[in-house]
Every structure is written in structure tokens, then in C-alpha cells.
Ligand binder design. Structure first.
Ligand code: SAM
Length: 239
């Protein structure tokens, strides 16, 4: 059975561990910078309400609040949301992605980073339905997905252990082709996809001594071949 990530991220022990991965390890900082730049490159300008969901510990919230005029932060974990609110002063809601406390057509944009792999396939459809319901005409939706194939190719470690990402029982992997189909069926059109190569933080936790090598590999692969990516960041709108 799929792990309940909502419960997992409500555990104060894990909440305390989440942020240091990104700010205290060199690998984490590197990933955070790559992610921040991908989001910034996709973010349209405008004055409308932008929902950051899930905001997690708020590691993107401060920079987002400088870029957009009306940021609202949301997360299903109250302890995570409290961390966000230590960073930014913004309206907040302890809310589920599958049932948003927002009126129809009331939102100008969504920024959703590191959520899709935590949802079941049914929840992905419910969430996309909620985004479609609450976005106004011309609104945007930015999100990321993980690419399991790039990850597996990248790290021999995974090949050796045969622990391919698609076999990870707890996470949902939607490949880009499938994502395009789902988006199309849910009434969205894709505007831009930014590909990035980053080794996941889990790996950095496993092997800290690999950090230096991983940066070099990350940089090399990002410059070398955009098809060989591990994550992509999407900008989509309603059709
Ligand atoms: C990996 S963290 C990502 C947080 C932030 N976007 C970031 O990249 O640092 C995942 C977050 O999703 C939240 N979450 C998990 N399932 C959710 C759901 N169904 N609805 C809303 N938030 C959810 C968790 O509480 C957690 O804060």
C-alpha cells in the first residue's frame, strides 16, 4: 500500500530534518539553487493571487513573495506550514491538494514543487481537477516531476541494487509523455518545460562523501545533454 506522505510530513521529527538537508549540505544547497532558478525562469509576472502548495518549510516562499504580489501558502502539514510562516508573512491554509479551500476561478497561479510523486494516481487527477476549477482564465500552473529513467541511468548505485525508481513502492512516477496526456485530458496546455539534472537529496544523505563528484556530474550533464535529466519543471495554463 502507498505510504501516506501527509502523515509522514506531519511528524515533527521529520519536519525538523527536512530543511537542513537543503541548507546545511553542499549537495542540498546546490539542488535548492537549481530548483529556485528553474522556478524563477518559468514564473510569469502579474498581480493576481498565487498559491504555493505545498509550501513545506517555505524554502521557496520568501523569494516567491518578492516576485508575486499576492502569495498564499498552503500545506497539508500544519508543522510544515508553521515553518513557512516563520519565513514569510502571507495568508496561509492548512489544506489538502485534493480539496482546495478556494473559490472557482479565483486564482492567478499555482507553484507546486515536489508534490506529484507523493500523490497516488487518483489524487493526481483530483488535484489537477482542483487546479483547473480554481484557476482563472489566463492563470498558470508551475510544477515539477521526477524522471526515473534519468535517475537510474545516472547512478550505477541504483542499477547495482536494482532499486529502480519505478519500483519504489511508495512514490508515484509519471513520465513526461504520460504527464502531457494527463494534462491534455484535464484541459491544460503545456507552455514550457525546463529540464534539469540533479541527483536527489536522498542519495546525498546516503553518501555524503559523494557530494563533490555529484556536483561535477550534475553540472556536466546539465550542460551536456538536456534529455538526460532527472527533473523537469513545467509551465502550463488552461486550454
Ligand atoms: C517534499 S515536501 C515539498 C515542500 C516544498 N514544496 C519544497 O520543495 O521544499 C512535500 C510537502 O507536501 C506536503 N503534502 C503531502 N501531501 C499533500 C497533500 N495531499 N496536500 C497538500 N500538501 C501535501 C507535505 O506536508 C510536505 O510539506
Amino acid at each position: 500500500m502507498k505510504k501516506d506522505f501527509k502523515e509522514f510530513y506531519r511528524d515533527p521529527k521529520y519536519v525538523e530534518k527536512y530543511e537542513p538537508i537543503f541548507i546545511e549540505t553542499p549537495g542540498g544547497k546546490y539542488i535548492h539553487d537549481v530548483e529556485s532558478s528553474a522556478i524563477a525562469s518559468l514564473l510569469p509576472s502579474g498581480d493576481s493571487i498565487v498559491i504555493e502548495l505545498p509550501s513545506g518549510t517555505g524554502r521557496f516562499s520568501r523569494s516567491l513573495s518578492k516576485e508575486v504580489n499576492n502569495l498564499i501558502v498552503m500545506d497539508s502539514s500544519f508543522p510544515m506550514l508553521k515553518k513557512t510562516l516563520q519565513r514569510v508573512s502571507a495568508p496561509a491554509a492548512n489544506a489538502l491538494a485534493t480539496s482546495l479551500p478556494l473559490a472557482d476561478g479565483s486564482v492567478g497561479g499555482f507553484v507546486t514543487i515536489r508534490l506529484f510523486h507523493l500523490l497516488s494516481r487518483d489524487e493526481i487527477f483530483l488535484f489537477l481537477g482542483e487546479v483547473r476549477r480554481t484557476l482563472n482564465k489566463g492563470g498558470f500552473f508551475i510544477f515539477d516531476i521526477n524522471h526515473d529513467i534519468g535517475m537510474c541511468k545516472a547512478l550505477k548505485y541504483y542499477q547495482r541494487t536494482k532499486a529502480t525508481f519505478t519500483n519504489w513502492p511508495n512514490m508515484t512516477f509519471v513520465n513526461p509523455k504520460e504527464m502531457k496526456k494527463i494534462l491534455n485530458s484535464m484541459g491544460f496546455q503545456v507552455h514550457r518545460i525546463e529540464k534539469r539534472f540533479v541527483i536527489q537529496t536522498g542519495v546525498l544523505r546516503l553518501a555524503k562523501f559523494l557530494h563533490k563528484m555529484i556536483f561535477q556530474l550534475d553540472r556536466f550533464l546539465q550542460n551536456k545533454c538536456s534529455d538526460f535529466c532527472t527533473k523537469s519543471y513545467w509551465l502550463v495554463t488552461l486550454k
